[in-house]
Each structure stands twice: as structure tokens, then as C-alpha cells.
Design a protein around this ligand. Structure first.
Ligand code: AMP
Length: 282
């Protein structure tokens, strides 16, 4: 099994991609914050099916965490990540230091409206998507891959990145990969390690409630009533609910159920100190 090449500097990343391009290779980028699990690896597999070279970035991006969030305790498992990426046959890992991404005097932020202002994550993490879009635009420009792959697990993020990549004319195809789950429906997340046994047992209720609610809406029940009951059920199970919403799957705006357009149900809730998010097609 060959080991992926480790690239720690922008100069080494650019040299690697330039050499691939000179050899006629196509390049897919899979951005991550590390603590890799089967969800991330599924994105690497999708990347391998779509490009001849796969580059995975591992960077815990400080600018997308608010001061009260878990930046300092976010799991960092580089050696295990490297092993998983070797098994998945990724070609290279880009793992820059924070000072490589944000040198002293760094002064630029990508400013967003549209899907980033849909009133979902942005209501509870008002600075989050500016940090995501800034680091993702840097990664897209630094690597300039043919394809960049993101998980549907972070559905609003995927919409923000699609819009930003299009608006900035970056010649990169953004692809979404489906959410990988535990057998009981809990979406895999690097933050699931924070859950204690009782919380882990309760956590699948979010996904189960969305599926029940979606089935009732598809069967013709009034969505306002179904969604209100879903919110009450999640709160009664001990979660601190941020939102449970039914939205247009493309714009993330208010849905028009009569128009038969694709819909998405999205949830965010805290259990103890751990904030979980999930979403499903309706
Ligand atoms: P993160 O390391 O959490 O920033 O995630 C890196 C990428 O993996 C993002 O595009 C996520 O949407 C994606 N991802 C996270 N969890 C999953 C999952 N359970 N299934 C598929 N993709 C995921």
C-alpha cells in the first residue's frame, strides 16, 4: 500500500498539482478538518471515481469556529487519518499550518448572501459561513482542482460552496456526496466522539423524527402541523432544538409544496454540549 504524499506548504501543493497537470492527470479535492470517518472516506471514493488524482486537505479552520465553540478541543488524529487515506488510496494530503493559510496581516473575508443567509445555521452560527467560504475559496484557488467534493451532511454548506464557486467564476465542478450513517440512522460526524452512552442512544431520534415527518408530509398532511409536532417531539426527548425546518432543496428558501419541487428537511439540536446537524430529502 503506497502512502499519500504529505504536503505542508502552498508551494509544495502547487508544485504537486502542476506536475499532475503536466502528466495529463485530472484532480479532485476533498476538503476536511481531519478526524476522518467512513463519511469522509466515501467522499474520497467518489473522488477516485471522478478524477485520476485525489487530494485530501486536512485543516481545522480556526475562522469558522466562534469563540465559544470547540476549536481547541476539536479531535486531531493525523496519524490515523493518514492510515485511512493510505487505505483509500488517496494520492496526497494537504495539511497546512494555520500560519500558512492565515499569515500575519491576513485581512480578507468572503462575504455571502443567498443560501448562506437562509436562516438555518447562520441564525445560530452567524460568523461560520464567512470562515468556511474564505477557507474554501482559498483551497479552491490554491489547488485549482477539476472537481471539489463536499458532503450532503452539511447541506447548507454545500449550497453555500456551490454558489460561491459559481459567483467567483472558479472553474471547478462542485459535487455532493450522500450522508453516511450508523446502522441506527445517526449521521457519522467527527463530533460524535463527544457523546456519552446515553446521548449516543438518544441521538438517532433526530433522523427518525425527520423520516416520520417527511412520510406524513408526503402522504398529504399539513406541513406546518407536522413540523410543529416534530419540533415538540425533539424538545421532549431532551434536545435543545436550534431548528427543524422544511425548505426548498435548491434555494433553501421557504418551500412551495404545491409546485412539486425537491424539498429538504434540516435539523440542528444540542444534546448536552454537543451540537448535531442532519438533513434528508423529502
Ligand atoms: P468535516 O471534516 O466535518 O469538515 O467534513 C469534511 C467533509 O466531509 C464535508 O464536506 C462534510 O460534509 C463531509 N462529511 C462529514 N460527515 C459526513 C458523513 N456522515 N457522510 C458524508 N460526508 C460527510
Amino acid at each position: 500500500m503506497s502512502q499519500p504524499e504529505i504536503l505542508e506548504t502552498l508551494a509544495s501543493l502547487r508544485a504537486r498539482v502542476r506536475a499532475w497537470r503536466a502528466a495529463g492527470e485530472t484532480v479532485a479535492l476533498v476538503p476536511t478538518m481531519g478526524a476522518l470517518h467512513a463519511g469522509h472516506i466515501s467522499l474520497v471514493q467518489l473522488a477516485k471515481s471522478r478524477a485520476s488524482r485525489v487530494l485530501v486537505s486536512i485543516f481545522v479552520n480556526p475562522t469558522q469556529f466562534a469563540p465559544n465553540e470547540d476549536f481547541s478541543k476539536y479531535p486531531r488524529t493525523f496519524d490515523a487519518d493518514k492510515e485511512k487515506l493510505a487505505q483509500a488510496a488517496a494520492d496526497a494530503i494537504y495539511a497546512p499550518q494555520p500560519a500558512e493559510m492565515y499569515p500575519p496581516g491576513f485581512s480578507t473575508t468572503v462575504s455571502l448572501t443567498g443560501p448562506a443567509a437562509a436562516g438555518l445555521e447562520d441564525r445560530f452560527r452567524p460568523t461560520h459561513f464567512a470562515g468556511v467560504a474564505t477557507v474554501v475559496s482559498k483551497l479552491h484557488i490554491q489547488a485549482m482542482p477539476d472537481i471539489a467534493i463536499y458532503g450532503e451532511k452539511d447541506f447548507q454548506q454545500l449550497a453555500v460552496i456551490r454558489q460561491m464557486t459559481r459567483d467567483l467564476d472558479l472553474p471547478i465542478e462542485v459535487l455532493g456526496g450522500e450522508t453516511i450513517r450508523e446502522a441506527d440512522g445517526l449521521a457519522l460526524s467527527s463530533r460524535n466522539v463527544y457523546l456519552d452512552a446515553a446521548q449516543r442512544e438518544a441521538a438517532p431520534l433526530l433522523n427518525a423524527t425527520m423520516h416520520e415527518s417527511a412520510a406524513r408530509i408526503r402522504a398529504g398532511e399539513a406541513s406546518e402541523i407536522v413540523m410543529a409536532e416534530g419540533r415538540a417531539k425533539i424538545a421532549a426527548a431532551g434536545f435543545a432544538l436550534d431548528y427543524l425546518e422544511l425548505r426548498d432543496a435548491i434555494s433553501l428558501g421557504a418551500p412551495d409544496i404545491a409546485l412539486d419541487k425537491p424539498l429538504r428537511m434540516l435539523v440542528a439540536a444540542k444534546i448536552g454540549v454537543t451540537r448535531l446537524i442532519d438533513n434528508i430529502a423529502v
